[in-house]
Design a protein around this ligand. Sequence first.
Ligand SMILES: [Zn+2]
Length: 273
Amino acid sequence: MALTMLRACSFCEIRCGADRTRDDARPPCLAGARTWCFKRHVSYAEETELVPSYMVYLSACNFRCRFCVQAPACFTPDEGAALDPAQAAEDFSRAVRMGARSINLLGGEPSVHAHTILAVAAEAQRRGEALPLVLNTNMYMTPGVIDLLDGVIRTYVADLKFGNDTCAERIAGITDYTRIVYRNLLHAAAGSRVIVRHLLMPGHTDCCLRPTLTWMRQNLPEAPFTLMTGYVPEYLAAPTGSCDAQGLSRLLSTEEVRDAESLVANAGVRRSA
Ligand SMILES: [Zn+2]
């Protein structure tokens, strides 16, 4: 099923239809049939229940967030080394034996590599192992991808980036954002554990954080919520970049962070540990 989807790509809601098995395919995410990994390391900076976490950065992304801290590597589809499912299963298994509590697939956008993730999980299963796979995702996949990953992805770490469609389109170049991501969050939460993160962006407390908290309280009050306040203006948002008009080329102010923390504390959402 995943390979069928790969030949007329419908892994994400851009639904570009590209045949990613062809060398001349140019889907918007630029991902081909093979998956490339541009960085791996152990992190203690994730939510408490995930650490130590083995971070596996997969190349290619369907979003183009102007402040992306992984750009340009994550937008380069063949950055790093091609990932072989059998070798990856062995590597991830070794990480677990050495104490990793989660294998954190991120990017880029890891869900555009659903076929590879399934292949890695199948290799692990052949060895009699179940890997603690985490998908750190923008949640813009099609529902079929969530169904395919059911029983494979133990935890979704969902980046709920924007609180409205205008900000999503202006900053990430993505349309119909809230409908799709809200739908997927509920779908994923029906079968897997979901942790929701929101990166506070300068000047986006009212348009993005507030609606995010309202939606969480009304729809996923039991899901752990993490407010991230480490925004750094990178990539196109860097002071030397091209999107200063978006107001993204500065750090957060102390007041902004304090006000956001206060909003979250009083929002009726469950904070992550
Ligand atoms: Zn906003």
